[in-house]
Write a protein that binds this ligand. Structure first.
Ligand code: SF4
Length: 378
């Protein structure tokens, strides 16, 4: 790896800024940093010292490994009752481009992707009032029939809340049934920004932050691991990011069920929410990812989705606390509807090249970090 500070003495020797040094001392001692420290990190221009601390943490947890996946996306419908202002993906019923995939179509898509060698499917969609509860269960059952060890990561907390409302079933029972049908893990979408002042503008009809956290709490108690996301580069302020990270860290203290934190950079095209900048700056991205790595000491993984950030930025972030690069994402639709300029799928060879080119060891995993293989030098 390029320049790596992996032992505590050389980290502390390297940090000259007094406040950074005190943060580094906490990190070396494995003590959680304060909200004030987080604010300092999120607003610093001293990205090299910030990166050295974040990289120390990622190295302590993961050494030189960088995880990636080989998966396909299934977006089963884009018809959604909520029509959140932040969303470029959703449509109303009857609108041009609105779609629902039949179970047969889903089965065909997954079979094709399995033939291409995927390890995992990632399933999310809109809140479509016409889909019965059985549709989702049958979807999981049919997918598992195609390949019994295919890892299924499915439905956000927002969708689970909707399933519960529509079916009248408690979440505990829904998770139990979905697990029996083949669910392995839950993605982290729908968190957006928790603070009500922002949430009421970017996603006013979406479940509240408290409900999102409650759905995750129940999933964690049911033994299902999940991700947590955060959408940035829109109308949020630094205080909202601090609030968001604190709530994730607090729930993690309680349940230990978050495996990965995934900051998502907002793209504004076709949405009703203005982006802070058309593209976030490199410094903004680094401050968010590196600060999250340091603050969320209790969350094992930080993921940079190359598809949102671009390959170059995602690659650089590997030296700023990030240990996961995202996956191949055959057929990604959500971020591309909002104007992301990256390709809609990546190849494994390309991802492996980007990781090794940055001096790290690529490890192919599923979303539960079960190793498919570690390639070393590719
Ligand atoms: S962000 Fe999700 S919940 Fe909101 S409109 Fe889009 S698909 Fe629906």
């Amino acid at each position: 790896m390029g320049e790596c500070v992996s032992d505590s003495a050389s980290l502390l020797e390297r940090i000259k800024d007094r406040r950074m040094r005190s943060i580094a001392e906490s990190v070396v001692a494995n003590s959680p940093i304060s909200e004030g420290d987080l604010e300092y990190l999120l607003t610093t221009n001293n990205i090299l010292e910030l990166g050295a601390i974040a990289n120390f943490v990622r190295h302590r947890l993961h050494g030189d490994k960088v995880y990636y996946g080989v998966n396909a996306n299934i977006n089963y419908t884009n018809i959604c009752e909520l029509r959140c202002p932040l969303c470029a993906y959703s449509k109303s019923k009857g609108e041009e481009g609105a779609f629902v995939l039949s179970l047969d179509e889903i089965e065909r898509k997954v079979s094709d992707a399995v033939a291409c060698g995927i390890d995992e499917v990632h399933i999310v969609g809109g809140l479509n009032p016409e889909l019965p509860f059985e549709y989702y269960l049958e979807m999981l059952t049919r997918i598992k029939r195609i390949k019994s060890n295919l890892h299924i990561v499915a439905f956000t907390a927002v969708e689970y809340d909707y399933f519960s409302q529509k079916s009248g079933l408690p979440l505990e029972e829904i998770f139990d049934r979905f697990r029996k049908a083949g669910l392995n893990a839950i993605p982290g979408g729908g968190a957006e920004i928790f603070h009500e002042r922002i949430r009421s503008q970017i996603a006013p009809r979406k479940i509240t932050a408290d409900r999102w956290l409650e759905v995750m709490r129940i999933a964690h108690r049911a033994g299902i691991k999940t991700n947590a996301t955060m959408l940035y580069n829109h109308i949020e302020a630094t205080a909202d990011i601090i609030d968001h990270l604190c709530r994730i860290r607090n729930l993690q203290e309680e349940t230990g069920g978050f495996k990965t934190f995934v900051p998502l950079v907002f793209h504004e095209e076709n949405t009703k929410v203005p982006a802070k900048r058309r593209e976030s700056t490199g410094f903004d991205d680094i401050r968010i990812f590196a600060s999250a790595r340091i603050f969320l000491y209790n969350v094992p993984h930080i993921k940079a989705l190359w598809m949102y950030l671009g390959e170059k930025m995602a690659q650089v972030l590997l030296s700023f606390g990030v240990d996961e690069f995202g996956a191949t994402y055959m057929n990604e639709k959500v971020v591309h509807a909002a104007g992301a300029k990256t390709p809609q799928s990546g190849t494994e060879a390309r991802i492996v090249h980007l990781i090794t080119n940055a001096g790290f060891v690529p490890v192919r995993v599923n979303a539960s970090y079960e190793v498919i293989h570690a390639l070393g030098v590719y």
